[in-house]
Design a binder for this molecule. Structure first.
Ligand SMILES: NC(=O)c1ccc[n+]([C@@H]2O[C@H](COP(=O)([O-])OP(=O)(O)OC[C@H]3O[C@@H](n4cnc5c(N)ncnc54)[C@H](OP(=O)(O)O)[C@@H]3O)[C@@H](O)[C@H]2O)c1
Length: 278
C-alpha cells in the first residue's frame, strides 16, 4: 500500500475506506461490517468515520470490523462543530472512543467550521493529544484562507490534514488549497473520490481511460485522486465488488496520455474557486 507523509514524518496509507451512510440501518449492518473487514483484509487499513455518521452508528460498525486487529488500523473520526468547544471536544472524543471500543483515535478532525473559536477547538485537541486519546488532529472543509488563519494560531502548525471534497468533476482545490497544503507538508484527504457513485462515473474520458487499464471508471477516479504524493483517497463502499475494485485502484498508475484526456474533459481550475462541499 502506498503511503503519504504527515507533517511529523509519520507514514500513513494513501488509500482508506469511508463510512458515510453506514450505521444508518440495522438491516444493512452485517453487509457494512463485512465490507469494512474485507477492505482491511485487502490492506486498506485507514478508516474514515465521524460521530455524525449514522448518529454514532458508523463508529460502532468500525469497532465491530476492527475487533482483534485494532493495532494495524489508522482510525480517523470527526467532531461536530457544535461540540467543538474546548471541553466539548474532549467529551465528544470520549463518546467516540466508547463507540469505537478503543483507547485512541489516530486522527481526529473538526468536521467543518462552526461558531466555537478555533483556538478553543485546537486547545481541546491538544489536551486530547497530551492524554494519548488522539494521536493527531486536523480539520475538514477548510478553504485556503481558513488554513492560513489556523496556521497563525500557536498550535496551528500541528494540524495534520485537511479533508475536503476532491474528484475529477470538482478540481477547485488544485488552484490554491492543494499547493498550500503541499507547501506546509500536510496531506489532503480527498472525500467523495468517486463522486458518490453518480454520473461522474459515466464520463466518456473516464470510461476510455478505464478501458485502457482494464479497470472500472471508479478505479480510475480513485487512482486519479491518488496521483498526488500528498493525497489520501477515502472511497466508501458497502458492495464487496466495489471494495475489491477500490483496494486494487491504489496500484493503478495513470499515464500522461490518461491525464491529458481527463484534463481535456474535466479541466483544472484557472482561477480561485470557493471550496465545494457536495
Ligand atoms: N469531511 C466531510 O465533510 C465528508 C463529506 C463526505 C464524505 N466524507 C468521507 O469520505 C467518504 C467517501 O465519500 P462519499 O461516501 O461521499 O462518496 P464516494 O466514496 O465518492 O462514493 C460512495 C458511493 O459510491 C459507490 N462506489 C464506491 N466505490 C465504487 C466503485 N468502485 N464503482 C462504482 N461505485 C462505487 C458506493 O456504493 P456502495 O456503497 O454500494 O459500494 C457509494 O454509493 C465518506 O464515506 C466519508 O467517510 C467526508
Amino acid at each position: 500500500m502506498r503511503t503519504v507523509t504527515l507533517p511529523d514524518g509519520t507514514q500513513v496509507p494513501a488509500l482508506g475506506q469511508g463510512t458515510w451512510h453506514m450505521g444508518e440501518r440495522s438491516s444493512a449492518a452485517k453487509t457494512e461490517v463485512a465490507a469494512l473487514k474485507l477492505g482491511i483484509e485487502l490492506g486498506v487499513t485507514l478508516i474514515d468515520t465521524a460521530e455524525m455518521y449514522g448518529n454514532g452508528g458508523a463508529e460502532e460498525l468500525v469497532a465491530e470490523a476492527s475487533a482483534g486487529q485494532r493495532d494495524k488500523l489508522f482510525i480517523v473520526s470527526k467532531v461536530y462543530p457544535h461540540n467543538a468547544s474546548r471541553s466539548g471536544v474532549v467529551a465528544a472524543c470520549e463518546r467516540s472512543l466508547k463507540r469505537l471500543r478503543t483507547d485512541r483515535i489516530d486522527l481526529y478532525l473538526l468536521h467543518w467550521k462552526g461558531s466555537h473559536p478555533l483556538s478553543e477547538t485546537v486547545e481541546g485537541f491538544e489536551a486530547l493529544r497530551a492524554k494519548g486519546m488522539i494521536r493527531y488532529w486536523g480539520v475538514s472543509n477548510f478553504d485556503t484562507r481558513d488554513m492560513q488563519g489556523l496556521s497563525r494560531l500557536p498550535e496551528g502548525p500541528d494540524c495534520a490534514t485537511n479533508q475536503v471534497l476532491y474528484h475529477i468533476g470538482s478540481r477547485g482545490i488544485e488552484y490554491d488549497l492543494l499547493p498550500w497544503c503541499a507547501e506546509h507538508k500536510m496531506p489532503v484527504m480527498a472525500y467523495s473520490p468517486v463522486g458518490q457513485g453518480g454520473s461522474l462515473l459515466r464520463s466518456k474520458a473516464l470510461v476510455a481511460v478505464a478501458k485502457r487499464h482494464n479497470a472500472t471508471p471508479g478505479q480510475i477516479a480513485i487512482a486519479w485522486t491518488m496521483r498526488h504524493a500528498n493525497v489520501i483517497s477515502i472511497p466508501k463502499a458497502s458492495d464487496p465488488a466495489h471494495v475489491r475494485q477500490n483496494a486494487a485502484a491504489g496500484g493503478i498508475s495513470l499515464t500522461a496520455e490518461d491525464l491529458a484526456e481527463i484534463d481535456a474533459a474535466h479541466p483544472p481550475p484557472r482561477s480561485k474557486q470557493s471550496l465545494d462541499i457536495s
